[in-house]
Design a protein. Sequence first.
Length: 192
Amino acid sequence: TSLWVAWVQEHRLKRKNFWSLEIQTSDSWIWKFLLSLRPLAETLISSCTGDGANTSFWFDNWCSQGRLLEVTGENGPLLLGIPEQSTVQEALSSRDWQVPYRSRNQNVATVRSLLHNYASNHDLLASDTVLWGPRDRQKHEFSTKITWELLRPKEDNKGWFNAVWFKHSVPKHSFNFWVANLNRLPVNARIA
């Protein structure tokens, strides 16, 4: 890991989960901005679990149900007896999930059955990996191209494109014509 990541883990996270941090008034503007991007990052990042040592049980998207804290609600850690900061590995070893349990809460029963089946469906000797991208194009490495295409979807060329942008055009005229076609002229210019 980089020096910056190690510094953030030691001084900003302080052994807390990135997804559960509160924005403080004393935080720098860049840290507040990074924290404000969490909802967008949640849609792009998921975990492929092996032993579960590096995957957050409640906050990471590691199972088919999605983030388990959203499935069970804020009382999920209390109902299941698994602390909020637990990893998947810690959650599996903290209780005997084979023991029958009767609960009226359907979400809790779903999570219990997930944990019951987890060990038989995963390679517990492999390490966890992080996947990046939308569900249909997830990769094991970060891709700026996929991220850019997702954040800035490409539109088809407009019919008036060649009339505005051509080799010997006057840039000021082209820009104004382009802005006018997009109906983005300032209010005073539209009134005039």
